[in-house]
Design a protein around this ligand. Structure first.
Ligand SMILES: Nc1ncnc2c1ncn2[C@@H]1O[C@H](COP(=O)(O)OP(=O)(O)OP(=O)(O)O)[C@@H](O)[C@H]1O
Ligand SMILES: CC(C)(CO)[C@@H](O)C(=O)NCCC(=O)O
Ligand SMILES: [K+]
Length: 238
């Protein structure tokens, strides 16, 4: 059994992989990583694979809690039939590459746009031929609201509801953030469609996927744990 870990900028998510099925186990805040040491020590593990885009201290806390050496994964130029067109793969977040590999494994040979809605929103474009063309990075929902709250005199308040024609500040804040996130997703979707001449599938993952889904076309599909599915592909391939 292999332990798979996705360390994001807000939370650390983990799952177990037996070569066939993924068993998601939950998520902890960065401050609580040490609480995982005891449950991890009790598991019959043969390997630990992880991806981190968080601070170095998070990486060290995971290493301290892990009963085995951690096999840290990075973005690659190519794997499993996917070619990464990022100019410098060393600067790319491992989570983005692994989410693309996870999407490729779940939806082989399809054009897909992958929206990972977490602390940041990333939106990736992957063709049926296996070309990962690149993607977008935006502040996530919470960060968009926090930047307005912190840098203006009047906007430090809870967001309301996203609606077509917001007629109050709270709703205007929620609608602006949702439209920025969904607008970016749909623009990349349109560009990929224009590039391939085919309509891509839209996959939504991450902590805020359910927040965005009602505001996107009805065929947008929520897929939990895409980064961890990418780690499972790597675990099987190695
Ligand atoms: N209790 C919470 N604390 C922080 N964020 C929360 C909470 N509940 C929901 N969220 C939402 O989840 C988002 C974080 O997404 P996610 O859980 O995917 O974590 P993440 O660590 O940011 O992952 P990644 O950095 O890989 O995107 C935040 O933008 C926020 O809107
Ligand atoms: C964009 C995030 C924060 C998304 O988690 C992460 O993938 C990251 O820190 N990336 C590094 C920059 C890049 O991917 O080009
Ligand atoms: K993300």
């Amino acid at each position: 059994m292999k332990l798979l870990i996705d360390a994001g900028n807000t939370r650390v998510k983990w799952a177990l992989w037996d070569g066939h099925q993924l068993q998601p186990q939950g998520a902890v805040a960065h401050a609580d990583i040490a609480t995982l040491a005891a449950p991890w020590a009790a598991l019959p593990l043969s390997a630990v694979l992880a991806a981190s885009v968080a601070h170095e201290a998070v990486r060290q806390a995971i290493e301290a809690a892990s009963p085995l050496p951690v096999q840290w994964q990075r973005a690659q130029a190519a794997a499993f039939g996917v070619r990464n067109h990022y100019r410098n793969v060393a600067e790319q977040g491992a989570d983005r590459w692994l989410a693309v590999l996870g999407a490729r494994q779940r939806y082989p040979a399809q054009d897909v746009v992958i929206a990972s809605a977490g602390t940041a929103l990333t939106v990736e474009a992957l063709t049926a031929e296996g070309d990962y063309l690149g993607g977008l990075i935006l502040p996530g929902y919470r960060l968009m609201l926090a930047s307005l709250a912190q840098n203006t005199a009047n906007l430090d308040r809870a967001a309301g509801h996203a609606c077509a024609f917001p007629q109050g500040t709270e709703d205007a804040l929620a609608s602006g953030a949702i439209d920025a996130l969904c607008g970016a997703i749909q623009r990349l979707q349109q560009r990929l469609a224009a590039h391939t001449g085919r309509a891509p599938r839209l996959l939504l993952t991450g902590g805020d996927a359910a927040l965005l889904q009602p505001h996107l076309p009805p065929d947008a599909r929520m897929v939990d744990n895409l980064v961890i599915y990418g780690l499972a592909s790597v675990a099987d391939g190695s």
